[in-house]
Design a protein around this ligand. Structure first.
Ligand SMILES: Cc1ncc(COP(=O)(O)O)c(C=O)c1O
Length: 367
């Protein structure tokens, strides 16, 4: 089976972990051990932001950032429902109320028009997602956030290496949240990091990461234990050096696949522009006019040929029992339609040219 994603590691990551195991420290009580600090510096440079704060998961990054922009009990946060559940969890964990709105069907990302319509006196923040690794439309969202004095937190969990308006993804947000989960463009097994240009948000995030403390036994605010292990940071530091080549290989694979699939009238292929470039975390196509059953049959047929195709986010978050029972949402037609029609094909850096040819030709033959 050609898997949809596969961590790319070699002896360098193994050696980095062994070095930490042998010489320590394994962690740091205030969350800022030497490997973590090295990773934060490299990640801030990569994203062109002033600060990067490393934490232990992407979910912790999102929860911390939502808290850091000031979301409190019963504050409303506007976000897409077509995402991984962690985006909404971050809001609920902060005591805020997720307000799910619809997507732009072309990009699968939060529709700025829908956001504008959903603003009330209780709205505190906007939380767009860079789905599949393509940035949300951040300029109009920035304008809306500024006009209404709202926080703008970007879920960039899948967007390492993406650009928006010629700048690295995350540049237009107050805080952008990245995941280092094993499947991601760069990974640490588990891990997360928040980037921000704001000194105040950076300071708050560093407190949230470790029990609200700046110094031990003196909590200044509600926090958590979201510290990144030195072991995670050791892996991340090696992966950082490989990230540009990982993203370049994903791009080459995506372009080769597009060449094979373009012109097929049954498919809509991923959207990209010259100044908004994909991170190519997932190559996601839409089977036009299809029912959910037809899309699922295609997935089964691809799997029968050893191609690990997957459909992500088949249940929009607002339809999941916890979110359906606790937060009222109007119908989201574009979200519901996309959830039934999209499917993703493997393009990770471990997939070679022959395999891309096989994936493309097999997909063509099944349509
Ligand atoms: C869009 C999105 N948001 C949030 C997360 C949560 O990240 P993590 O799994 O590192 O907690 C993920 C990844 O799993 C994701 O894909």
């Amino acid at each position: 089976m050609i898997p949809i994603n596969k961590p790319q590691t070699d002896e360098a990551e193994v050696q980095a972990v062994l070095d930490v195991m042998r010489s320590g420290p394994l962690t740091n009580a205030l969350g800022a051990g030497p490997k973590v600090l090295e990773f934060e510096k490299a990640f801030a440079e990569f994203t062109g932001t002033k600060h990067a704060v490393a934490v232990n998961t992407g979910t912790a990054a999102l929860h911390s950032a939502v808290m850091a922009v000031g979301v409190k009990r019963d504050d409303e946060v506007i976000l897409p429902s077509f995402t991984f559940v962690a985006t909404a969890e971050a809001v609920a964990l902060s005591g805020g109320r997720p307000v799910f709105v619809d997507i732009d069907p072309k990009t699968y990302n939060l529709s700025p028009e829908a956001v504008e319509k959903a603003i009330t006196t209780k709205t505190k923040a906007i939380l767009p997602v860079d789905l599949y690794g393509f940035s949300a439309d951040m300029k109009p969202l920035r304008e809306i956030a500024d006009k209404h004095s709202l926080g703008l937190v970007e879920d960039a969990a899948q967007a390492h290496g993406a650009t928006y308006a010629g700048k690295p993804a995350g540049s237009f947000a107050d805080a952008a949240c990245w995941s280092l989960y094993a499947s991601k463009n760069m990974m640490a097994g588990e891990g997360g990091v928040i980037t921000t240009n704001s000194d105040k948000i950076d300071e708050t995030l560093r407190m949230i990461r470790t029990h609200g403390e700046k110094t031990k036994y003196a909590s200044e605010m509600l926090g958590n234990n979201y510290r990144m292990l030195e072991l995670q940071a050791a892996i991340a530091n090696v992966q950082m050096t490989k990230l540009p080549s990982f993203v370049a290989k994903r791009r080459r694979n995506a372009e080769q696949l597009t060449k094979i699939l373009q012109g097929n009238s049954k498919l809509v292929l991923p959207y990209e522009t010259s100044d908004c470039q994909h991170s190519w975390y997932l190559y996601t196509a839409r089977l036009i006019e299809s029912t959910e059953a037809q899309r699922n049959k295609l997935l089964d047929d691809l799997k029968a040929k050893d191609i690990g195709a997957e459909a992500y986010y088949i249940n929009p978050v607002n339809t999941m029992p916890f979110y359906r029972d606790n937060y009222k949402t109007q119908t989201l037609p574009e979200t519901e339609k996309a959830a039934k029609q999209v499917f993703s094909l493997p393009i990770h850096p471990g997939v070679n040219e022959e395999e891309i040819k096989f994936i493309g030709k097999t997909t063509q033959s099944l349509l």
